[in-house]
Every structure is written in C-alpha cells, then in structure tokens.
Design a protein around this ligand. Structure first.
Ligand code: IPM
Ligand code: MG
Length: 351
C-alpha cells in the first residue's frame, strides 16, 4: 500500500518527536511492505517566523493533498506576545476547523510498567481503559470573540448537527469497546449543555439503543476521573471540557508524554497529534518522550488506513520497551534514555 503523510513538526519538542516517529514509520513500512511518502510543512510559531502566518495556505494545501497529517506541537514563550490571530495555537485551531476534524479521540490506558510515574496509588489506576471523545471544531473555542477596555467575551454555541455527528462517532467507538458511553456537560447551568443532553439522548435512543448512555456533570466527572476512573469506557464531551479532562486523565497513565490523539472528520480525513504541548523547557535537548507521537502514528494506521496489524505492532513495541524499564526523563527522572535511544529501542522491539 502507498501511504501519503503530511508531517507538521511545529514548535518546541515537535520537531524531535516527529523526526523519531518518521524513523519508526519507515521501519514499519519496510517490515510490512508499504511505500511511505512524507511531505513537510510549517505550522505554529515556526510558520509565523517564516511567513507571518501561523497556518500558511501552502500548509493547508499539503494537508489536503495527503491522506493524513501528523503534527508535533505548537506554541512557546517566543510567540506569547502576539495578538490572538497570529499565535501558534491559532494555526492549530484553524487547521482543525479547516480540515473539519470534529471528533478528537484520546485513548487513556493504565500501563503497569509506568504506574510508578503516576502520583496516584495503583489501586486507583488498575482497570483504567477509557477513551475521551472531545468535540473539536465548535463551542467556546470557535464562538464569536470580543475584547474591549473593560470587557471581554467568548461565545459558546453548538448547532444540532455538530452534536449529532460527534455523538455518533463516540457511540460507534463504544460499540467496539465495552458498550458504555458517558456524556459530560454542565446541564445544571449552561443552555448549550442542556441542548447537548437533549440531542444526545435522541440520537442514542433512535440509533444506538444497545449502548448504555449516562450523563455526568463536568465538575463531578473531574473527581470521578481520579476516584474511580475504571468505571469509564467512552466519554464524550464538548470542546473545552474535553481539553481539560483529557489532561487530567493523562495523569492516570503516568505521563502526558504517552498520550496520543486522532482527530477525525467525515470520509477518513485525519489529523494525528500527541496530546502534550511544545514543552519549551526541554526542547532541542533530546529528552522528550516520543511515545505520544508514535502512538498517534499508530492511530493513523488504524483509523485512516485500516492497517490494524501495523498499528498493533507499534503499540506492542512501545509496551515492550517500557516494560523493559527503558524510559525517557518524564517517566523516570533519575535513570533515563534520550528521545533517540528510546526510539532505537522501539525499532528493535518491532523485530
Ligand atoms: C490540546 C491543546 C490545544 C487545545 C492548544 C494547544 C490550542 O491544549 O490539543 O489539547 O486547547 O486544543
Ligand atoms: Mg489541551
């Protein structure tokens, strides 16, 4: 098979983690006899520095001309002074919106080998295997914004079809997993949440009667994610709640550096990126954990190409390496390997 991937390294540790992931993908390609083509583009602060725009048109064209996009990270202190529409983050938000990747999947699983890296006792971690489905192209992130001298506002709005389509993706995922879907909102206060509940109930009753749908308020859900996360199978929620809860949930698996994500649109469009940010403090030092990006590449193989065996091979190789005690600094601050050495080990484990 021929795989055409657009790589957007971005800022901070983005270039290091994408470089190592491409190395791994090349080896996967050889092992399973696929031809991989990579196109490189600019995004975020790196793009702003070259072109004055955080998402140049050329980059968007590259994404449209490839099957999938693999992104590193955006942002950093060098660009914090820029106005909102020039910030690196705006490049990422525009990319998500222009590609219409409305469903962001963030799987979180307890990995026994790294349980020591979590601040939580292992009794709170055992059995954790959940999937956060975050609505990614609507809500308060994309509503009308205004800023005056004494007042600022961000509008949170959702249209029916935006809720319906993300609920359908989440329900399909629940169907392939343990059949449980928990929708998280703030329906005791927000109109958008009450509407979200109404629309999700209707879709689930009419189209997915076999899936158990429950609703949970976001403040309570934040506590349950620490107290009893194993109860969750698939979580579906709006954009900002999903952003916050997925960082919280990452603590359950030891390090934010391990978390991958897949952002899916209609018809197989996919943007794949680690959940972690640009980590400017360790950028360029060969210390970053490339697992989040490698696991995101595995999700690309799984969801955009249906290459299950190849995706499983990457997941298993990373598990093997972690189990052997080979870890980057985020997971093992006193005894660690570099980004490149970790990748060497993953490539070796691939066999
Ligand atoms: C994420 C990040 C982004 C978000 C930032 C970088 C704009 O935190 O992907 O979770 O808020 O969506
Ligand atoms: Mg976030």
């Amino acid at each position: 098979m021929e795989l055409n991937m657009c790589v957007l390294p971005g800022d901070g540790i983005g270039p290091e983690v994408t470089e190592q992931t491409v190395r791994l993908l090349e080896v996967v390609g050889q092992k399973f006899h696929h031809k991989l083509n990579f196109d490189y583009g600019l995004i975020g602060g790196a793009a702003y520095d070259e072109t004055g725009q955080p998402l140049p048109d050329d980059t968007l064209d590259l994404c449209h001309n490839n099957d999938v996009t693999l992104l590193g990270a955006v942002g950093g202190p060098a660009w914090d002074h820029l106005p909102g529409d020039k910030r690196p983050e705006k490049g990422l938000l525009d990319l998500r919106q222009k590609l219409q990747v409305f469903a962001n999947l963030r799987p979180i699983r307890y990995i026994p080998a790294v349980s020591k890296s979590s601040p939580l006792k292992s009794e709170y971690l055992e059995g954790v295997d959940l999937l956060v489905v975050r609505e990614l192209t609507g809500g308060i992130y994309f509503g009308e914004k205004s800023k005056g001298i004494d007042k600022a506002s961000d509008l949170c709005a959702y249209q029916r079809h935006e809720i319906e389509r993300v609920i359908r993706v989440a329900a399909q995922m629940a169907k392939q997993r343990r059949g449980k879907l928990c929708s998280i909102d703030k329906a005791n206060v927000l109109e958008t949440s009450r509407f979200w509940r109404e629309v999700s109930n209707k879709i689930m009753t009419n189209e997915f009667p076999e899936i158990t749908l429950t609703h949970c308020l976001v403040d309570a859900a934040a506590a349950y994610l620490i107290q009893s996360a194993a109860q969750f199978d698939v979580i579906v929620t709006e954009n900002m709640f999903g952003d916050i809860l997925s960082d919280e949930a990452s603590v359950l698996c030891g390090s934010l550096g391990l978390l991958p994500s897949a952002s899916l649109g209609e018809g197989g469009v996919g943007l794949y990126e680690p959940v972690h940010g640009s980590a400017p403090d360790i950028a360029g030092k060969n210390l970053a954990n490339p697992s989040g990006t490698m696991l995101s590449a595995a999700l690309a193989l799984r969801y955009s190409y249906s290459l299950t065996e190849e995706a499983d091979a990457i997941d298993a190789a990373i598990d093997t390496v972690l189990q052997s005690g080979c870890m980057t600094k985020d997971l093992s601050p006193n005894d660690y390997v570099s980004t490149r050495e970790f990748t060497d080990a993953v490539i070796q484990a691939l066999g």
